[in-house]
Design a protein around this ligand. Structure first.
Ligand code: GDP
Ligand code: MG
Length: 782
C-alpha cells in the first residue's frame, strides 16, 4: 500500500520511494528513505495535501506524491537504539590526511586576508537572525520556509577583514529549487574561507543531513546549534564534546534570537578560517553496514575519480557521492572518459545489488544512519516541546477541517478592518489634521510676506497639498505591513499555503504561491522577490505575472480620493469591491494562463510547517521603521519631483510664459496627445491622463497630481461624472505596476516579460474600465 492510504493518526514504515529525478532526490534528502517511520498527522481541510511527521519534524506532501511512497502500516514506535561499540568510526579515507593535526597555530593565512564565511543552513533555521546579530544589520526575519531570497553580505561586528554571506536556506547539496543551486554554487565556486553551518537543534536530524554534506566540501566548518533556548527549556540537551568528536568540527550551542553563544561562535569561526582547519572527519560510511556495500563503493569511486575531481576543483568525496547518485552537473564537470564512466556504473550497480537499495537511497540512508548514531549518542531529546504542543493545538483550529477557511477569511477580514477602519484610519486622520494645520500656517505666512503668486502656488498646491495628501497614508500602509509581517513571522502563512494548495492547484499554481500574493497586498516589489522560493520556473513565472492583480497599498490613496469625492456613502463597500475585483480578475487570468502559456501541473508541494512562534518585538519594530523609511524616501523623492515637474509643466506655456488657464499649458498639449485613447473610458480629460501617467512612477502620485491640477476647479466632482470615476478606479486598480515593481519583474524574468506585463496590464485595465462604463451606460447611470 502507499502512504496515501494511511489514515490520520496512524504510522507506517517506508518500503520504497517512487518518483523520478530531482523530486525523488528531494524526498530522500528530506529523510523519506526506506526504513523510516512516518506518522500521518492530518489531511488538509480539502483533503489534500497531507501533513506527515518523520525524523521529529512535520512535512507536507500532495496525495499524488504520497502515492509514490510505498509503505507498510506499523504501530507508532520509538526508534530503536542501535548500540554501537565503536562510536567514532575510525577507518581512514582519502581527504582525511590532516585529521590529527593539533588545533592551534599551524600555517595561518597571512594577516590581512579577508576571512569570508558562508552562512548555510536549512530554511527557517535562524540564519537571518544570526546574520543580523553578527553584522548588526536589519534583514527581514520570517517564520516561513524560504524568507531569505537574496544573498546578503556584511562584516562581523568589531572584526575587520571579515565578510559573511547569508545564503538562501537549503536542505541538501542536491539542487532542487533554483535557490538551492545558488547556495551550492556559492560554496563550490566562491570557495569561502569558512562555513558557518546553522543547525536548528529542535529538528536536529534533518538539519544534520546538510551538515554531513558540508563536511565533504573540504572547507573549514563550524556547526552552530541554534534554538538552544527552546531545546533546554523543554528538558533536552546535547553532549557537545561527543558531537564534536563524531563530526570532527567545532560545535557551538547558541541562541541567535537571544544573542547567546554568538561570541563563542565567532571565535571558533575566525579560528578555523584563519588556520584553515578542515573538518577532521569526512568518512561517515559504515564498514559493517550490509557488509560495507556503500562504504566499499564510495571508497572505490573516490579513488577512481580523484584526479578528475582535483583538476575540476571539486572536493573529491563530495564529487564521488554525487557521481554515484548520478548528478549530471557534477559528472559533466568531472569529465570522465568512457571507460571510467562504465567502471563507475559497474561499481554502483554492484553496490545497489549488495545493499538492496538504489543508489540515491543508499547514499541518503548512509548519511541518515550516521546521523542516527550521532543523535543517539549526543542528544537527549526534549519532551514534546511546549512550542510544538501549542502549535498542534493552534493547528486544530487554524487548519481544522471545518474551521480553516472561515478562520482565514476572518483573519484577513480583521486585518483589513483594523488597517482601514481602526488603527490605520485613526492615525491617518490625526496626521491629515496635522498636515492641514501646517499648510494653513505656511499659507498664511506666504500671503502676508507677499510671495510671488507662482511660487506660492507651487509650495501650497504642489508640495503641501500634493505630497501631504500622500504622506497622510503612511499610517495605513505601515499598519498593513505590520499585520502581514506578523502573520508571516508567526508561521500562519505557511498554514495558509497548506490549506489553500488544493484550490490554487485548480488554477495551476501551488499553495506556496499564496505567499507572494498576500505580500502583494502590501507591495508588489517584495512579492515578486519572494517568488524565488518556488521550486519550479513555471510556477514562479505565473505567480509573478499574477501579483500585479493584488491591489498594493500605494493604490489606496487613489481609492480613498475618489471614494470620498464621489461615493462617500459606500466607502467600505467600494474599497472591498476593488480588492475582490482584482482577485477575481487575477483568477480569470490564471485560468487563461493555465490553458495557454502555462500548460501542465504545478510542482510538488513539499514544505515544512514550522512551529508557531511569537514574533519578536525588535524585528517587528525594525520592519515598521524600514517600511516607513522607504515610504518617506519615496514621498520626498519620486513623488515630490513628479509633483513639481507636473506643476511646472501645467503652469507654463511652450514659450515659458506663466499661463492663466492651465488649458494652455505645455502639459495640456502633451497629455492631449494621448487623451483620445482614454476617451472611450470617459477619461479624456488631459489632467486625468497626466495623473495616470505619473502614477507609473509611484501610484500615490496620481492623487498628488490630481490635487495640483484640479486645485483651480476646487473639486474634481465638478469635472468628471461618477461613472467616469468608477472607470478610473478600475483602471487604476489594474493598469501597469509602478516602475519599481516593473524593475523587480525585469530582474526576475528579463525585459521581455517586463514589457509584456506593462502592455498586458494596461490592456486588461482598459478593457475592464470600458466594461464598467458600458455597463453603467446600459443601466443609465450617466
Ligand atoms: P532563516 O529562514 O534561516 O533565515 O530563519 P530566520 O532567521 O528567519 O528565523 C526563523 C524563525 O526562528 C524566526 O521566527 C525567528 O524568530 C526564530 N528564531 C531564530 N533564532 C532563534 C533562537 O535562537 N531561538 C528561538 N526560540 N527562535 C529563534
Ligand atoms: Mg532568512
Amino acid at each position: 500500500m502507499t502512504l496515501k492510504e494511511i489514515k490520520a493518526g496512524q504510522s507506517a514504515c517506508v518500503l520504497a520511494v517512487g518518483g523520478t529525478g530531482a523530486l525523488r532526490q528531494h524526498f530522500l534528502d528530506m529523510g523519506i528513505i526506506p526504513g523510516t517511520d512516518i506518522k500521518v498527522i492530518k489531511y488538509a481541510p480539502m483533503g489534500d495535501p497531507v501533513e506527515i511527521r518523520l525524523h521529529g519534524y512535520e512535512l507536507t506532501l500532495r496525495l499524488d506524491d504520497a502515492d509514490k511512497i510505498e509503505v507498510e502500516p506499523v504501530p507508532e514506535r520509538d526508534r530503536q537504539k542501535k548500540a554501537i561499540a565503536d562510536p567514532v568510526n575510525e577507518h581512514l579515507g582519502l581527504g582525511e590526511g590532516g585529521r590529527f593535526h593539533p588545533k592551534g597555530s599551524g600555517n595561518p593565512l597571512p594577516d590581512g586576508t579577508v576571512l569570508s564565511f558562508a552562512l548555510v543552513g536549512n530554511q527557517n533555521s535562524g540564519k537571518t537572525t544570526l546574520f543580523n546579530q553578527l553584522t548588526g544589520s536589519k534583514q527581514h526575519v520570517g517564520n516561513f520556509p524560504g524568507v531569505t531570497v537574496d544573498r546578503k553580505d556584511g562584516a562581523i561586528l568589531g572584526q575587520e577583514n571579515t565578510v559573511i554571506t547569508d545564503l538562501p536556506g537549503i536542505y541538501s547539496m542536491s539542487p532542487y529549487s533554483s535557490e538551492e543551486l545558488v547556495s551550492r554554487n556559492f560554496v563550490l565556486n566562491e570557495k569561502p574561507k569558512g562555513i558557518i553551518d546553522i543547525v536548528d537543534v529542535t529538528n536536529i536530524e534533518r538539519n544534520l543531513y546538510l551538515t554531513m554534506q558540508l563536511l565533504e566540501m573540504g572547507i573549514p566548518v563550524v556547526v552552530a546549534l541554534n534554538m538552544m533556548d527552546e531545546m533546554t527549556g523543554n528538558g533536552g540537551s546535547v553532549d557537545v564534546n561527543t558531537m564534536e568528536a563524531l563530526l570532527g568540527v567545532p560545535v557551538v550551542p547558541i541562541s541567535a534570537a537571544k544573542n547567546q553563544g554568538v561570541h563563542e561562535l565567532v571565535d571558533h569561526a575566525l579560528h578555523v578560517a584563519k588556520y584553515q582547519e578542515k573538518p577532521q572527519k569526512q568518512d561517515f560510511c559504515d564498514e559493517n553496514d550490509h557488509n560495507g556495500a556503500v562504504h566499499r563503493c564510495l571508497h572505490a569511486v573516490i579513488h577512481l575519480i580523484q584526479d578528475h575531481a582535483e583538476s575540476a576543483g571539486l572536493p573529491v568525496r563530495f564529487a564521488a557521492c554525487k557521481a554515484i547518485e548520478g548528478d549530471e552537473l557534477i559528472i559533466n564537470q568531472l569529465d570522465l572518459d568512457q571507460n571510467e564512466k562504465e567502471t563507475l556504473e559497474h561499481i554502483t550497480l554492484q553496490m545497489e545489488k549488495e545493499r538492496g537499495l538504489d543508489r540515491s537511497a543508499a547514499i541518503a540512508d548512509m548519511r541518515f544512519s550516521y546521523i542516527t548514531k550521532v543523535c543517539d549518542l549526543c542528544v537527549k531529546k526534549p519532551r514534546e516541546s511546549r512550542e510544538h504542543a501549542r502549535s498542534q493545538k493552534i493547528d486544530k483550529l487554524l487548519t481544522g477541517k471545518y474551521t480553516a477557511i472561515p478562520v482565514f477569511i476572518a483573519v484577513m477580514g480583521l486585518v483589513f478592518f483594523l488597517t482601514f477602519n481602526v488603527i490605520g484610519a485613526t492615525l491617518q486622520d490625526l496626521l491629515a489634521t496635522g498636515i492641514e494645520a501646517l499648510t494653513g500656517v505656511v499659507d498664511g505666512a506666504l500671503t502676508s510676506a507677499g510671495v510671488n503668486r507662482a511660487i506660492h502656488g507651487l509650495i501650497i498646491k504642489g508640495i503641501f497639498e500634493g505630497v501631504g495628501s500622500v504622506l497622510s497614508f503612511l499610517p495605513i500602509i505601515v499598519t498593513m505591513f505590520l499585520f502581514l509581517s506578523l502573520l508571516e513571522d508567526s508561521g500562519y502563512i505557511a498554514r495558509v499555503a497548506f490549506v489553500m494548495d488544493k484550490l490554487l492547484r485548480k488554477l495551476g499554481l501551488s499553495g506556496r504561491s499564496i505567499v507572494p500574493m498576500l505580500i502583494g497586498f502590501g507591495c508588489t516589489v517584495p512579492a515578486v522577490m519572494s517568488t524565488r522560493t518556488l521550486p519550479s520556473e513555471r510556477d514562479r513565472k505565473m505567480t509573478i505575472l499574477l501579483t500585479p492583480f493584488m491591489s498594493c497599498t500605494a493604490k489606496l490613496p487613489i481609492y480613498a480620493f475618489f471614494v470620498n469625492a464621489f461615493f462617500p456613502a459606500h466607502k467600505a463597500l467600494i474599497m472591498i469591491g476593488l480588492y475582490l475585483l482584482g482577485i477575481v480578475i487575477g483568477i480569470l487570468v490564471a485560468f487563461l494562463y493555465k490553458k495557454t502559456m502555462f500548460k501542465g501541473e504545478a510542482v510538488p508541494f513539499v514544505m515544512e510547517l514550522p512551529n508557531y512562534r511569537l514574533p519578536s518585538v525588535r524585528n517587528t519594530l525594525q520592519l515598521l521603521w524600514e517600511k516607513s523609511k522607504d515610504f518617506l524616501q519615496r514621498a520626498f523623492s519620486v513623488i515630490l519631483i513628479a509633483t513639481i515637474v507636473v506643476w511646472f509643466l501645467q503652469s507654463f506655456s511652450f514659450k515659458f510664459n506663466l499661463v492663466d488657464n492651465s488649458q494652455d499649458s505645455i502639459l495640456a498639449a502633451l497629455a492631449g496627445l494621448i487623451a483620445p485613447l482614454f476617451k472611450p473610458l470617459g477619461l479624456g480629460d488631459w489632467r486625468i491622463v497626466t495623473s495616470l501617467i505619473s502614477g507609473t512612477m509611484a501610484k500615490e502620485s496620481v492623487v498628488s497630481i490630481l490635487e495640483v491640477l484640479f486645485s483651480a476647479e476646487g473639486n474634481i466632482a465638478a469635472v468628471i461624472s461618477s461613472l467616469s470615476a468608477a472607470s478610473l478606479l478600475v483602471f487604476s486598480l489594474l493598469y501597469t505596476p509602478c516602475v519599481a515593481a516593473i524593475a523587480a519583474i525585469r530582474r526576475e524574468l528579463g525585459h521581455k516579460w517586463a514589457i509584456y506585463v506593462i502592455l498586458w496590464q494596461c490592456a486588461v485595465a482598459w478593457v475592464a474600465a470600458l466594461l464598467v462604463r458600458l455597463i453603467g451606460l446600459l443601466f443609465g447611470i450617466a
